[in-house]
Design a protein around this ligand. Structure first.
Ligand code: ADP
Ligand code: MG
Length: 801
């Protein structure tokens, strides 16, 4: 039974040896799947490579297209350059043209426009290139593509990891397979050993059984044998037991090996499961990869289409632009063709002009030479003409001076003007302040005075009515003033009773200056206008004669009495030692001088108004000139004299100083009359020394000097008596010069102020101007009798007391 059992066990033991070979197919399967996976991966990689190649090919294609476009652009550029060169050549040829210049400008503008278009084309090309280099920088497909790429790489990473795990498992399976093979080998050996042992044991058993059977046939012996057999069988039994226990051990070993195999089978199963899972995962990944790949392909397709579309668009646009450029070019070419004839003529003109320009310097030099010679000749002629003219001019100048002197001699160098001031507030109101002076509308030299109910008419050289302005008065005077520049001595006297307007005429007001300031201003402007040929110096002195004492108004000590002396050089000229002379150059200087004189005069008296009416104020302007070309020197003096009031104070019974003043005034005014009379009547002796005034003005009253007596009158009724006196004085001064007879009247003397009035009824009796031009003979006779009367009375000059 045991053997059977053992045999049965052995049989089963043989059967169990079959599953030992089972793990190999599993590993093979795993290996096969892995190989498949590997193949799949390789295929995918190949596909990827193919796609990349395609992409590269497409990129190359695009690059070649862009290169082609670039080539086109380059050829266009070259054409443009050619055109520009052509244009610049044309421009250089056409330089100087007028119509062609316009065409040239047009071409230049066209060229500029084409260049701009070219630039735009280039810009587009650049954009296209950038698109190719970095397609759809911000587009969604790109982002998706990038995501997919990332996913792909992630999947690849995962596949790599799985592959690594698979390799690990492979290694493990290999180790386990090796161990299994070892175990199987060991199992095989032990099985073979057991089979041998069993064989040996069964053989011994069979031998023993045969022995027993033979022994049984030999009873004694058999018994013994049995016993021996028994003894021997005990040994056999022991051996059997041993072999059984060994068998037991081996079976345990087999059981254990089976257990190990089972475990290994389980492990294999689990690894197969893992491999299946991995395969499923790989399948999934592959599907995903496939999908992503498809998506990527689609996107790439779309992008490709988009790119193609953009390229086509750009290309068509470029073509259109190219067409336009071509058309423009054609236009430019036709323009150029039309320009060519003009260009030819222009070139011809240009060449001829060039020839002319080449010849021009020679021509110019020749012309310049001849012109220089002509100009030199002309200058020489002009010089000689100028010299001749200068000579003639000097002769004419001398002639003119002679003529002028003659004219002055004929007309008389004493002129008498009358000026009537307006009625002022000071004249008061009522009948006394009424106007007693009227004028002749047709003759500005005549005025009529209503005196004691009778109208007396006077004719002077000119009469200024009350409305005459300072300027109008000066206009009549300015010829005299300017003659001072030519070297003449001039005296302008303002004569008249106090309040008649002497100071107003001579000095005027600040706003409306009189003769003094205007004369200086005129002298300045005249001197300026002659500055090219003449050097002039204008200087000013101011003096006052009061009670026959001469005082310097610009001096440091105005109270000092000055003397008039003869020049020690024997020239017979007079001079006043110590009289201050200021050089003046501007109106400001004049104003300063006047102010200084005024202050000096005012500080020396208690009542300036009264004082000034009792004294003569003199402004002496000296103009010294030098003709730079001839060296001729001239000196002219302009004496502007504001005389003391001519009113007769003696009648009112003045005494003391007032009487002395009146006497002095009377004396000096009479002396002035005498001198003027003597001068006009060409007397051999002119009594200059009879008063300080005439003595001082001797130079300016004698010779070819000019004198103007401005007789100031008040038009007021209350002043008619004094007005009459003044006008008579004026008329007599004037009458002296009128007739040639006056030259003969050698003995005639000037009437005193008093006698001027005494004569009036007689003259007033005969109306009109006829009476005023009383015959010089009558006048001289009357004056002579007065003079005789004065001389007999033993007085040097009559005093109206
Ligand atoms: P005189 O110097 O003869 O004593 P003024 O020159 O002082 O007299 O004149 C006396 C007044 O008459 C002054 O107030 C002056 O302004 C005024 N006067 C004199 N002449 C004129 C004139 N032509 N126009 C206006 N006012 C005048
Ligand atoms: Mg005065």
């Amino acid at each position: 039974m045991n053997l059977e059992k053992a045999g049965g066990r052995l049989c089963t033991g043989k059967r169990t040896s079959l599953p030992v070979a089972r793990p190999f197919p599993v590993i093979q399967k795993v290996m096969a799947s892995m190989a498949h996976l590997q193949e799949e991966k390789l295929r995918l990689q190949e596909e990827l490579l193919g796609l990349q190649e395609k992409l590269a090919a497409r990129e190359n294609n695009e690059l070649s297209r862009s290169l082609q476009l670039q080539g086109q652009v380059e050829t266009l550029k070259a054409k443009l350059l050619e055109q520009a060169q052509e244009i610049s050549r044309l421009r250089s040829e056409l330089q100087g043209g007028t119509d062609v210049e316009k065409h040239r400008d047009l071409l230049a503008a066209e060229n500029e426009r084409l260049r701009q278009e070219m630039k735009a084309c280039e810009g587009e090309l650049r954009e296209l290139r950038q698109q190719q280099q970095a397609p759809c920088r911000d587009c969604v497909h790109l982002q998706e593509n990038a995501g997919l790429q990332e996913r792909l790489s992630q999947l690849q990473r995962e596949a790599e990891e799985t592959r690594a795990k698979l390799a690990e498992l492979d290694l493990e399976v290999q180790q386990k397979t090796n161990r299994l093979a070892e175990v199987e080998l060991r199992l095989k050996d032990s099985l073979a050993e057991r089979a041998e042992e069993e064989e040996r044991l069964s053989r011994r058993l069979r031998d023993s059984q045969e022995t027993i059977a033979s022994l049984k046939s030999q009873p004694q012996q058999i018994k013994y044998i049995i016993k021996t057999v028994e003894v021997e069988s005990a040994k056999a039994k022991q051996a059997l037991c041993e072999s059984q226990s060994r068998n037991q051990y081996l079976q345990e070993q087999v059981g254990m090996q089976r257990q190990v195999l089972k475990e290994m089978e389980q492990q294999l199963q689990s690894s197969q499961k893992t491999a299946a899972q991995l395969r499923a995962q790989i399948m999934m990944y592959e599907a995903e990869l496939e999908r992503a790949h498809g998506q990527m392909l689609e996107e790439m397709q779309a992008m490709e289409e988009e790119k193609n579309h953009a390229i086509e668009e750009a290309f068509s646009r470029a073509q259109v632009e190219m067409k336009a450029v071509h058309e423009n070019l054609a236009g430019v070419r036709t323009n150029l063709l039309t320009l060519q004839p003009a260009l030819r003529t222009l070139t011809h003109d240009y060449n001829s002009l060039k020839r002319q320009v080449r010849d021009f310097p020679l021509l110019l030099q020749e012309t310049l030479r001849s012109a220089r010679a002509e100009i030199g000749q002309a200058i020489e002629e002009v010089h000689s003409t100028n010299r001749e003219l200068l000579r003639k001019y000097r002769r004419e100048l001398q002639l003119r001076k002679k003529c002028h002197n003659e004219l002055v001699r004929l007309k008389g160098n004493i002129r008498v003007f009358g000026r009537v001031r307006p009625i002022t507030k000071e004249d008061g109101e009522g009948p006394e302040a009424t106007n007693a002076v009227t004028f002749d509308a047709d003759d500005d030299a005549v005025l009529h005075l209503l005196h004691k109910g009778k109208q007396v008419s006077f004719e002077l050289d000119k009469v200024f009515p009350p409305q005459a302005s300072q300027e109008e008065v000066f206009q009549e005077v300015q010829a005299l003033v300017t003659s001072c520049i030519d070297g003449y001595n001039v005296c302008i006297f303002a004569y008249g009773q106090t309040g008649a307007g002497k100071t107003y005429t001579m000095e005027g007001t600040a706003a409306n200056p009189g003769i003094n300031q205007r004369a200086l201003q005129l002298l300045f402007s005249e001197v300026r206008s002659k500055a090219a040929d003449w050097d002039y110096a204008i200087s000013v002195s101011a003096a006052e004669i009061y009670n026959e004492a001469l005082r310097d108004l610009l001096g440091k000590e105005p109270q000092e009495k000055l003397e008039i002396k003869l020049c020690p050089d024997g020239s017979g000229q007079l001079y006043v030692p110590g009289l201050t002379e200021f050089r003046v150059q501007s109106v400001e200087d004049i104003n300063k001088v006047f102010e200084f004189g005024y202050v000096n005069r005012a500080t020396e008296c208690t009542n300036l108004n009264e004082h000034s009416s009792r004294s003569h104020a003199l402004l002496i302007i000296t103009v010294r000139g030098l003709d730079r070309s001839t060296g001729l020197r001239t000196t002219g003096k302009l004496n502007l004299v504001d005389l003391a009031g001519s009113e007769r104070v003696g009648r009112s019974g003045a005494e003391g100083s007032r009487l002395r003043e009146a006497q002095h005034i009377n004396k000096s005014l009479s002396a002035l009359g005498d001198v003027i009379y003597a001068l006009r009547s060409r007397q051999g002796h002119v009594p200059f020394r009879n008063s300080k005034l005439t003595y001082l003005l001797q130079d300016s009253l004698s010779g070819d000097s000019k004198t103007l007596m401005m007789v100031q009158v008040s038009p007021a009724e209350k002043n008619t008596s004094e007005t009459l006196c003044s006008l008579k004085f004026a008329e007599r001064v004037r009458s002296v010069e009128l007739g040639p007879v006056s030259r003969k009247a050698e003995l005639v003397s000037w009437p005193s102020q008093e006698h001027l009035e005494g004569d009036s009824p007689g003259t007033a009796a005969s109306p009109g101007r006829g009476h005023t031009s009383s015959s010089p003979g009558q006048l001289s006779g009357r004056s002579a009798s007065i003079r005789r009367k004065l001389q007999t009375s033993g007085k040097l000059r009559p005093v109206p007391v």
